[in-house]
Design a protein around this ligand. Sequence first.
Ligand SMILES: [Fe+2]
Length: 270
Amino acid sequence: MTDASQVTDLASLKAWFASYCGSFRSEDAEVQRNFDLKEVHTRNVCEAARLIAQEGGERRQMLAQVAALCHDLGRFPQFQEYRTFLDSQSVNHAHLSAQVLKQSSLLDFLPKAERDAVYFAVRLHNVFQVPRGLPAGTEDLLLLVRDADKLDIWRVFADYFFAPESERASAAGLGFPDLPTCSPDVLAAVAAGQMVQLTMLKSQHDFKLLQLSWVYDINFLSTLRLIKERRVLEQLAATLPRDEAVLVILDRVQGYLESRLADAAAGALC
Ligand SMILES: [Fe+2]
């Protein structure tokens, strides 16, 4: 594996990441598919972070990509040891990613304040609610990575749900049973404009509803535009049952997205 001390900028961090992924290579095709999933996911999150950060200048764009590249480093040792991506059945993968950073010199090319901002953005990227009182630079980076992460997770699951069973990365569905129903409390949460908690899920449909509720947790206008452009809601809708309760909440989330975009457009005209 490329030595972390050779990392001096974003380009060399990307090269290091490729060798890091290579160090987990497995003979077992099924295991390798799960590692590949996280490698591709990380590269896509990196690109999404670059797109979202576009308006903030070059330095912000670079830091957003550094944080995105590092955010899921822990997924590799997590899957290697536990064969799952469910944190509740293994370890907190964001803490594990932060630990990889702590134990290496990967971020040494950054000044201390930026290094800390990346470290905390990585460590906190999967929290249910972003804590208050973070330094501005850390908060900005954390919100960026969370948006970029969601954008690509939507892509991962669209691929997963539309792929034939034999080609699916086994751990991507997180092991929820493929039941024909949605849980009433999960439906109620999304209908009320609330984020769904992981502990409420009982089925794959619930998991899709949780992903729908992420739209309420989007921080940047550029992300909302990408959600619309990439037809994220339409893709999720196509995987859900067409019953009345589901149609109502699809409408609710779509309305929320449209109104935030319309508010921003109206603001831009003032
Ligand atoms: Fe993650």
